[in-house]
Design a binder for this molecule. Structure first.
Ligand SMILES: [Zn+2]
Length: 504
């Protein structure tokens, strides 16, 4: 629990969201116990204390243990090892549930106007529904598509929301995070999917044969005549449906012959990137009834560009092509994230210990200040020199480290928290970021980008710069700045450590 809460405390977007949710819930008198205690706890964790006593998070254990009246969460029903990913999931879901309850009450009290917000899109102002539940900081959308190679049919691209990605690690000794992301979003070939169009084509063949056979009868009975009329009618409707591409529509009385496509493809890409990208490096290896831990070392960088896994302006319906590919004439803007916390697991699959690495308060949104001539991206008002700027938290044992220590935790890394980078208003810096990202692309594999943090001059680099597929940052949909975060966390004097959660 400690490691997950410490990771949450390092997210600049989370506390302002909880503040807003708490205020609206209070205003509308909607109970929001998880939001309230989480908000208090995160504030406590980031504030300097004059004494070094650890916090006992009874309040959050209470609300998480009983997510519904009379129900006890299995996560807290025993003294067994708590899974950091399951805890993340539980908190994320409960906060979203409370946000949805607040949205419902807002709609109930004041109608649709309560959740409408005026937005400007390409100079055109329009009203959009802005629900708190849809703006949860971990939430994004994936675009999912399934296509048949045999007939070329593509089902409509579906969108699904997600709050984290579970990335299975390969059974190798080492890999890069970008390889896991590429594997997760790759075009997958399937051989056991039913294709609607292949099925409708087979149905048409069957009906055509039925009509021919029935029509060949020189002395048909009345019932055979009726069957023939019905078969002709259905055959005509199936022909029209196939001709007009309306194969999904139900036809009354039609029994569809189900056909498995021998080759179809499916793919999921990010359609709306979240403000906080929570990545679970799934280290579970199953051997029949037994499970063990995959110790693969995962190399990850401080800056991550998600654009290779994100859909662009145009979506493809070709079965053999990705949903969206970078185009030289219409390049995808970068979708930049910066690492804010790493939760590591040491031990075996069943037993072990979690350690958190997180940015040291004050916590500020990752806002780009400028791009150096050397190609390093500088962030506003932050220092992250070697050996400084991060905390290693193991129960109540806290020590200051640098980002390089967190980045070296490839074998233990279990959950990675990345926060969306905010680009500045001025075009010069935006262009600079675009230029630097473009220049790191050529001739390299993967998509990590080099970076440095710190207004005082950083000696820290995330290491190797790797290629990206971006050339412009003009259209980056950066989240709105959260002013209260900037102000709220300036208070930690140097030399004081934030509080910790007592081990459970
Ligand atoms: Zn097909």
């Amino acid at each position: 629990m400690n490691s997950t809460l410490q990771a949450f405390a390092s997210l600049s977007a989370l506390l302002p969201y909880l503040d807003e949710l708490h205020a609206k819930a209070e205003q509308l008198d909607v109970p929001s116990p998880v939001t309230d205690v989480l908000r208090d706890l995160l504030k406590n964790l980031n504030e300097p204390q004059s004494y070094s006593r650890a916090i006992r998070p009874h309040s959050i254990i209470d609300v998480l243990s009983h997510p519904e009246p009379g129900k006890r969460s299995p996560l807290f029903s025993s003294r067994e090892h708590q899974d950091a990913q399951e805890l993340f999931q539980l908190v994320s879901e409960l906060v979203k549930k409370e946000a949805a309850a607040v949205d419902t009450e807002r709609m109930h009290e004041r109608g649709l106007g309560a959740v409408l917000e005026l937005t400007a899109d390409e100079g055109e102002e329009r009203l959009e529904v802005v629900k708190l539940a849809q703006r949860a900081v971990f939430d994004g959308l994936t675009a999912n598509r399934r296509s048949c190679f045999e007939c070329g049919y593509t089902e409509a691209v579906m969108h699904f929301s997600f709050d984290s990605w579970q990335l299975p690690l390969p059974r190798t000794t080492a890999c890069r995070l970008e390889e896991c992301l590429a594997e997760y979003t790759k075009l997958e070939v399937l051989t056991d999917c039913i294709c609607r169009r292949c099925s409708m084509s087979a149905t048409l063949t069957r009906l055509t044969e039925d009509v021919e056979r029935l029509a060949a009868d020189p002395t048909p009975s009345n019932s055979r005549k009726r069957t023939l009329r019905e078969a002709r009618k259905l055959k005509g409707r199936v022909e029209i449906a196939l001709k007009e591409g309306r194969v999904e529509e139900e036809i009354k009385g039609l029994k569809v012959t189900r056909v498995f496509s021998r080759a179809s493809t499916k793919q999921a890409m990010i359609a709306r990137p979240p403000r906080v990208l929570a990545l679970h490096l799934n280290r579970s290896l199953a051997y029949g009834a037994y499970a063990s831990k995959n110790p693969a070392r995962v190399a990850f960088t401080e800056l991550l560009d998600l654009s290779p896994y994100t859909t662009g302006a145009t979506l493809s319906t070709r079965p053999d092509a990705p949903i969206s590919s970078p185009s030289p004439s219409n390049p995808t803007p970068p979708v930049l994230y910066r690492l804010v916390a790493v939760v590591c697991h040491y031990g075996t699959h069943q037993f072990g210990h979690y350690v958190a690495f997180r940015r040291k308060p004050p916590i500020k949104p990752p806002r780009v200040e400028r791009v150096d001539e050397t190609g390093e991206i500088r962030f506003v008002g932050e220092g992250s020199r070697v050996g400084r700027g991060w905390l290693r938290i193991s129960d109540d044992n806290v020590s200051e480290v640098g980002v390089e220590t967190a980045l070296a935790e490839g074998s233990g890394a279990f959950m990675l928290y990345y926060e969306r980078v905010l680009l500045p208003e001025d075009d010069a810096t935006k262009t600079g970021c675009g230029r630097i990202l473009r220049s790191t692309r050529a001739g390299r594999s993967g998509n990590g980008v080099g970076c440095a943090s710190g207004s005082e001059g950083s000696e820290t680099s995330s290491g190797e710069s790797r290629g990206t597929s971006v050339t412009s940052v003009e259209e980056l949909d950066a989240p709105r700045p959260t002013e209260d975060v900037k102000e709220a966390s300036d208070a930690l004097p140097s030399g004081r450590e934030p509080r910790m959660v007592e081990a459970l």
